[in-house]
Design a protein around this ligand. Structure first.
Ligand SMILES: Cc1cc2ncn([C@H]3O[C@H](COP(=O)(O)O)[C@@H](O)[C@H]3O)c2cc1C
Ligand SMILES: O=C(O)c1cccnc1
Length: 360
């Protein structure tokens, strides 16, 4: 089957959330010994997780963060404060268990799946998922980052990695990435798909100074001008000014939604991928849990466009899936509330249902 049709078949699998399960979860939350709604976003999260899984009290014993690693040709324009070889070096760090995401994933009981979807090198490790589409993108300031077929292949790879992991029992995914320079294609994708200016979408990434950010914005504006991505064709946008990591994550999100797994969205790059995914498959938006607000400029515009409200605001701007994995503690907490809290009747506490209309 053609790649475009394969993707369409996955998109067609994504259904609306289970309303009956959501209602059952909401009713149970209202029976618990607390004023209705008083657990705030934990309650909204619980209801959404019920809708995604179709279970009033979903449990996620097996969770995985998928770290899509790839290189970006545009780095030769001087858009990052770190050299491109750090991508491959960090891949080895993930596989050795020493990166921030490894520490936070261990703490949250999640597996780290590191995927080479386009590293410019020869990373090698028994635990590496080697699914390279090409060895880094081309420099988007000089031409398209990749072909449409390569973008489709990267999306389908993301779906495939999810499918393989679901077969092993994974029930919930977190998006993560590693790719020096990847805030540059993320900003390009953000500007094209949300309509905010390149300036508003461009931030300091790993730590550019003001002049560096201005230079980065100029490179992005040039790439958009040169390649003319079609804002109504998300795959065209990915191919011309995107990245293999972003495309792979769009696939992770579409695959998670198709297989009824919640997908926790990390920071700026992951949310750019989430917007691409939602433009390809609007129904996948409801399967996304926004974890945190990144400090990277443009993240808020992405979240607003997706109408997602993140759980955490902790000033992070790292990526890798770190903010997403941190949010797993809240998902676990929401589950414990549903499982362990007493109800008004079990604890013998008067609920406001017992008050008369006049008293209320
Ligand atoms: C050591 C190190 C570890 C990282 N982990 C995530 N990133 C993050 O920084 C990069 C994006 O920023 P920019 O577009 O400015 O290059 C990505 O690799 C992202 O995952 C890292 C960056 C570095 C240097
Ligand atoms: O929010 C992110 O994901 C991010 C921000 C800056 C650099 N790397 C990642």
């Amino acid at each position: 089957m053609e790649r475009e049709q394969q993707l369409e078949a996955w998109v067609q699998q994504i259904t609306a959330l289970d309303e009956a399960a959501q209602k059952a979860a909401a009713n149970h939350l209202d029976d618990l010994t607390k004023p209705p709604g008083s657990l705030g976003k934990l309650e909204e999260l619980t209801i959404r997780l019920a809708g995604i899984t179709g279970k009033k009290k979903p449990a996620f014993s097996r969770k995985a963060v998928i770290v899509m690693a790839s290189d970006h040709g545009v780095v030769e324009e001087g858009v990052s404060s770190f050299p491109a070889e750090v991508t491959q070096q960090m891949v080895h760090n993930f596989l050795a268990g020493g990166a921030a995401v490894n520490v936070l994933a261990r703490h949250a009981g999640a597996e780290v799946i590191c995927v080479d979807i386009g590293v410019n090198g020869e990373p090698d490790h028994p635990d590496l998922v080697s699914r390279s589409v090409r060895k880094g993108t081309a420099n988007m300031a000089k031409g398209p980052a990749m072909s449409r077929e390569e973008a489709l292949q990267a999306i389908l790879t993301g779906i495939d990695v999810v499918q393989e992991s679901v077969k092993k029992g994974t029930q919930l995914f977190v998006t993560g990435e590693m790719g020096i320079g990847n805030t540059t294609p993320s900003a390009a994708v953000t500007s094209v798909l949300t309509g905010v200016s390149v300036q508003e979408a461009t931030g300091k990434g790993t730590g550019l100074d003001q002049a560096g950010v201005q230079h980065k914005a100029n490179v992005i504006a040039r790439a958009i001008e040169l390649n003319q991505p079609d804002p109504n064709d998300p795959i065209d946008v990915l191919a011309k000014v995107g990245g293999l990591d972003i495309a792979g994550l769009a696939g992770v999100i579409i695959g998670s939604a198709a297989l009824k797994c919640p997908v926790v969205i990390d920071g700026y790059i992951s949310t750019a991928a989430a917007l691409v995914a939602s433009r390809i498959a609007p129904a996948c938006r409801n399967y996304m849990i926004a974890s945190h607000t990144s400090e990277e400029r443009g993240h808020v515009a992405l979240l607003q466009t997706l109408d997602l409200s993140p759980m955490l605001q902790v000033g992070m701007r790292l990526g890798e899936g770190t903010g997403g994995v941190l949010c797993l503690h809240l998902i676990e907490a929401a589950g414990r509330i549903m499982d362990e809290m007493a109800t008004f009747s079990s604890a013998g506490i008067s609920s406001n249902h017992e008050m008369s209309e006049a008293e209320l």
